[in-house]
Write a protein that binds this ligand. Structure first.
Ligand code: AMP
Ligand code: ZN
Ligand code: MN
Length: 829
């Protein structure tokens, strides 16, 4: 693949510096990860850790444990370069997380046994750690994620939810002319930003000397609420269970003020939560500090009708944080905690966080919540880390409490860093508030059953099912959905996908044949054996309606296989194997792709579009930057073909004076598992995801997407579907726009894919800018196969192994240049 050397060199530099990070003893260089380069304090606190001798020892052992000897080679190709960066980043995260464990472990060892330093035994590339190391690194204490004997809270506390197949009704949102209006939309983000920098971080009280209340009664709750009315900042977190209810249940709410911790039993007090806390959460004068709040926001809306204004999400600090969210949330959470608390007196308590990672997925429905008192009384007898092996449940409450106990302190630190690192054109603290607000604006969306939902089942594509089997899958899926809603259980509890597919494969004709598949595992199916058999029988007769789908799935499978064989993919896999080593995989890189959980997709799709006047948000009257016209290059690319064109198109746009190309990708709608099945390589993290509202900022837009049966891929369509608010206000009217596409074959839709997309522009009143024959002689060349048409640039992906040709790249660059000139002409009128 030919790329201009100039365009790949910054990437290469970045890769080099990242390589320094992962190959040296934590000797990262300042320019590498956004994470560190932006925040000096991180660097220094990490350095502090790095210098400690037990930590270096851990790092030294890691080289062997991870099996990393030489840094992977840097590929020449730009796409591969991105992949390699991703891999390097993964590896670094792994190391950091494991090193933290190691650090903590040796501290504990030393304290407990006063042991002398000993080198971790490791030789060659083989993993050769002592039993103890293995236990400490690989086997954290396990807490069961499901305790089947817990009485269902729905029954105990009479929790009734509306599981019908209708969209969720946001009854607590105001509606203006039929649209739901989030209270945040009436406010300006800039009003929340706290820029008071004089204050030093306020160290939290020790956990043990902080007043604490487990709130289980209405009286206690009322008292807590009275206190909260008088504070102007609170840290909040939720614990949740998704396995034993259809939509999920919030089990606990932790709230910390500067001097008190509360854990509220939201199962017991469910009906009072919204009534009493709604105003507090909505009150823009009260700052809510949360960590990684995407899901919490949704749960608060769903269970309590609570909508938040003035959120500071400490997880949003990390700039390219697509990384963070899809990358082992758990590890990051612990790392954030330890980085900030390691420098403080709280280390002793915080180390428990590192260990108790697995509590995150505990069965939070457990009641009574095992009480701390027991732990304290035992503490005099057993050392702390011993105790947690014996009574892991007793730390449940402590774990929940710690989630918010340190959060305001972390906020203080972050605020200080953000203020210090901000510059005129780069208001970091405002940025975090903006990101936090975007999260708040997401709206909960209930899962809706449709006739094609079953196609999203994980594992379906790999199962190689024929039409009859697919008919069974579809019918079982529908039954499962019905039962799950009816009994308020998750679909995964009723009948997990894997078993569902297995049943469809075998099509048991009699209950006797079905029993072995479900016995002792899926009690609900066991209770309905004959119904299920009946369903199977009936659906077999329906097979003919599934012929098309079966064929389509087969095609997709072939496509995926051919990609597996493609050169790009091999290089990528080679890198992955190399970088991750045998011990690797603690954070698989595939997770990093921006995959949408059903909750997230739902929320994203439903979210109102914040149309804010940017000028009213920006607070500092910064000197006006040289006003360049902006051409947004907004694309969806699964295998990188469209992305290749997009990048080259930017080169074309940038080549025109006074105009700048800005690359964006549209959100992925497929779950990570599916992407993995389809062998989609990870995204280039330097290209941000766009939201509909941002389109307003463009002076012109080039949309790029692959074809699906002659028109745009669903991901792009889904993005267009989120532009409803813009459409209502005709915010995009008059903006010039063009298309570029990727198709598998000639006749696969080079023209129709662009042509059928014109309807999107028409409704928005946008100006379609075709490229015509302005590419000149290149348009008439017949000596090689090339994509591209008068509608716009294009690439033939072939079976996936083909990469864009020089002519296709040149065409793309031309389109960029052409568009930039059109925008410039229009812009001057
Ligand atoms: P947190 O924000 O870390 O307190 O997590 C809130 C909730 O998210 C937990 O109560 C779990 O329901 C869920 N959760 C978080 N991490 C995990 C995980 N690693 N596995 C399963 N569930 C998780
Ligand atoms: Zn949380
Ligand atoms: Mn939590």
């Amino acid at each position: 693949m030919s790329e201009e050397p100039t365009s790949s060199s910054p990437l290469k530099e970045e890769a080099d510096s990242r390589r320094a990070v992962v190959s040296g003893p934590l000797a990262y260089s300042g320019e590498s990860l956004h994470f560190f380069s932006n925040f000096g304090d991180f660097k220094s606190s990490l350095k502090g850790i790095g210098e400690s001798e037990s930590f270096s020892r851990g790092i030294a052992a890691l080289d062997t444990i991870l099996g990393i000897k030489k840094p992977p080679r840097f590929p020449e190709d730009l796409d591969d370069a991105s992949a390699s960066l991703a891999v390097l980043e993964d590896e670094f995260l792994c190391r950091l997380a494991i090193s933290m464990d190691e650090f903590k472990r040796s501290r504990e060892e030393k304290e407990a046994e006063g042991a002398k330093d000993e080198t971790v035994s490791a030789s060659g590339s083989s993993v050769n750690v002592t039993m103890k190391d293995k236990r400490m690194i690989a086997v954290p204490p396990r807490v069961p994620f499901h305790i089947p004997t817990i009485p269902r809270p729905q029954d105990v506390y009479k929790i009734r939810v509306n599981n019908n197949n209708q969209p969720f009704d946001h009854v607590w949102l105001d509606t203006g002319d039929g649209n739901m209006i989030h209270p945040l939309l009436k406010l300006s983000v800039a009003d929340f930003v706290d820029r008071k920098s004089e204050s030093e971080p306020v160290e939290p009280l020790h956990l043990e000397s902080t007043p604490f209340k487990l709130v289980e009664t209405w009286n206690d709750f009322e008292m807590v609420v009275a206190k909260l009315r008088h504070v102007d900042e609170l840290a909040v977190d939720l614990e949740h269970n998704h396995y034993r209810s259809f939509q999920g249940l919030t089990c606990l709410m932790q709230i910390s003020t500067r001097d008190e911790d509360f854990v509220i039993d939201t199962l017991k007090l469910r009906i009072y939560i919204g009534m009493y806390l709604r105003e507090i959460f909505k009150d823009p004068s009260k700052r809510k500090v949360m960590h990684g709040a995407d899901r919490d926001i949704i749960w608060l809306q769903r269970d309590f009708g609570i909508y938040i204004c003035n959120l500071f999400d400490t997880g949003q600090l990390f700039l390219s944080f697509t990384l963070y969210r899809h990358q082992g949330y758990c590890k990051w959470k612990e790392i954030v905690w330890s980085i900030f608390c390691v420098t403080s007196v709280e280390l002793r308590q915080t180390r428990s966080k590192l260990f108790l990672c697995s509590y995150q997925s505990a069965d939070w429905r457990l009641r009574p919540i095992p009480h701390e008192m027991l732990k304290y009384s035992m503490k005099s007898i057993f050392p702390y880390h011993f105790l947690k092996f014996i009574f892991p449940d007793n730390l449940l409450l402590k774990y929940a409490r710690e989630d918010t106990h340190y959060l305001l302190y972390i906020y203080d630190h972050m605020k200080r860093i953000l203020l210090a690192e901000s510059s005129d054109g780069n208001d970091l603290i405002l940025e975090v508030y903006k990101r936090s607000s975007t999260i708040c604006l997401q709206l909960y969306k209930k899962e809706i059953f449709t006739n094609t939902s079953f196609l999203n089942i994980y594992g379906l594509r790999d199962a190689d099912l024929n039409a009859t089997q697919l008919a069974v899958v579809s019918a079982l899926y529908q039954w499962r959905d019905y039962i799950a809603r009816e009994q308020d259980e998750s679909t995964g509890y009723i009948l997990p996908n894997k078993t569902l597919i297995e049943i469809a494969k075998q099509m048991p004709p009699l209950p006797g044949a079905l029993i072995p598949l479900v016995m002792f595992k899926h009690p609900v199916v066991e209770q309905h054996l004959s119904t299920v058999i009946e369903i199977i029988k009936n659906s077999i007769g329906n097979a003919f309606s599934f012929e098309m789908i079966a064929r389509q799935l087969k095609l997709e499978r072939i496509e995926a296989v051919s990609h597996k064989l493609s050169g790009d993919y091999e290089i990528f896999m080679g890198l992955t194997r190399h970088a991750m080593g045998k011990g690797g995989g603690c954070v698989p890189s595939k997770k990093r792709r921006q995959a949408a959980t059903s909750e997230k997709t739902a929320a994203a799709r439903d979210a109102p579009i914040p149309i804010e006047d940017r000028s009213s948000v920006e607070t500092t009257p910064a000197p006006p930057p040289p006003a360049k016209l902006k051409v947004f290059i907004v694309f969806y690319s699964m295998y990188g073909h469209v992305e290749g064109l997009a990048k080259r198109m930017k080169t074309g746009v940038d080549g025109v004076e006074g105009v700048e190309g800005v690359l964006y990708r549209v959100p992925e709608t497929l779950p990570a598992e599916i992407l993995e099945q389809m062998k989609a390589p990870p995204n280039d993290l330097s290209i941000p995801e766009i939201s509909a509202a941002e389109l307003v900022e463009a002076d012109g837009i080039l949309f790029g997407f692959p074809t699906r049966f002659g028109s745009m891929a669903a991901q792009m369509k889904a993005f267009f579907d989120t532009t409803g608010q813009l459409w209502r206000e005709q915010k995009l009217a008059g903006k010039p726009a063009g298309f570029f596409v990727s198709t598998g074959t000639q006749g696969g839709g080079q023209e129709t894919t662009a042509w059928t997309a014109i309807t999107q522009l028409a409704h928005h009143g946008m100006l379609f800018v075709p490229i015509g024959y302005t590419f000149g002689a290149g348009m008439f060349k017949m000596d090689e196969i090339r994509g591209g048409s008068p509608y716009g640039a294009g690439v033939f992906a072939g079976d996936g192994t083909r990469t864009p040709s020089d002519v296709e790249y040149a065409f793309a660059e031309h389109q960029g240049r052409y568009m930039a000139n059109v925008v410039k002409t229009l812009g001057h009128h």
